[in-house]
Design a protein around this ligand. Sequence first.
Ligand code: C5P
Length: 219
Amino acid sequence: MYNIAIDGPAGAGKSTIAKIVAKELGFIYVDTGAMYRTIALACFRAGIKADESEKVIAKLDDIEVTLGYDNGTQKVYLNGEDVSLEIRREEIGNMTSAIAVYEKVRENMVEMQRELAAKNDVVMDGRDIGTAVLPNADLKIYLTASSRTRAERRCKELVEKGVNCDIDTVEKDIIDRDYRDMHREISPLTQAEDAVLVDSSNMSIDEVVKEIIKLKNER
Ligand code: C5P
């Protein structure tokens, strides 16, 4: 199986890029953030706060996260319910990085991710794919961009959806989320030694996709 790992901070465009690369190569796209978001959503709905570690961990027994594919698009299910849209809410994204610090939360997710990669050619994106989940991935990319660029892109998306956006608040949330992801004890976000750094601040989506396909073809 051919495995491509794409890691990087929030809003760097990982999922947009990974989806297109997977489509062009005929690979499966695995969005691991969606899996962690689903656990955060289940806790949120149950009124559990992210810092209530014992409650979060106890809640795991009631949660079954499954993935499905509809025309190549990944869907994520919480106990059979399609929550693919709901997990995208900003407050869920912020809560997710606070529950993703717990070892118990990560254990099951990592197992599912490794199984998918063992059975399929995948483009998998996340924070710890190249470093912890698939250390032997065939190609590893660390995709980043400045926090301002990432906040601008996020605001543009929100404005297009008719949602008001304060760029400074969005940038602050992004910086806080990166800090939590980079400083946690278990599987923090860091560039794997053998990952190729791609800074997309001044690159179009198309240019990033072409760069990744070129890197794959060179190997
Ligand atoms: O990529 P996305 O914004 O959907 O990820 C949401 C959060 O899930 C991240 O901020 C991070 O805390 C967590 N995550 C993780 N490990 C991954 C993917 C996501 O800890 N492999």
